[in-house]
Design a protein around this ligand. Structure first.
Ligand SMILES: [Zn+2]
Length: 105
């Protein structure tokens, strides 16, 4: 039992957990979409939920890939380090806060 707290390791676990959760969600929604009553969802809601799950899978998979190639935690725009506090809230963040803002404009 180690007492050393490695934030990156905690974030990786979180990402893996979220990746699995989104994948399971998408599998479940895909099954619903093939049922005549779509699991009780209206088509637009179901489509939106599937889109969210797909985006979640893509975001978390990308973040995990950046972790394995060593570019995780670096802003893709300016190359600055993304603060750990931000990554703990938004582990799939690809940009630092200023770049993210510019990105959304
Ligand atoms: Zn940046």
């Amino acid at each position: 039992m180690t007492t050393v707290h490695d934030p990156t390791e905690a974030i990786r676990e979180l990402l893996e957990q979220q990746f699995r959760a989104h994948t399971e969600r998408l599998t479940e929604l895909t099954l619903y979409s093939r049922q005549p009553d779509r699991g009780g969802y209206d088509p637009d809601t179901l489509r939106a939920l599937m889109e969210t799950a797909r985006k979640g899978i893509a975001d978390t998979a990308q973040a995990l890939r950046r972790m394995s190639d060593g570019t995780y935690g670096r802003c893709e725009q300016c190359g600055d380090t993304i603060p750990t506090a931000r990554l703990e809230i938004l582990p799939w963040a690809r940009f630092c806060v200023p770049c993210q803002r510019r990105h959304q404009d």
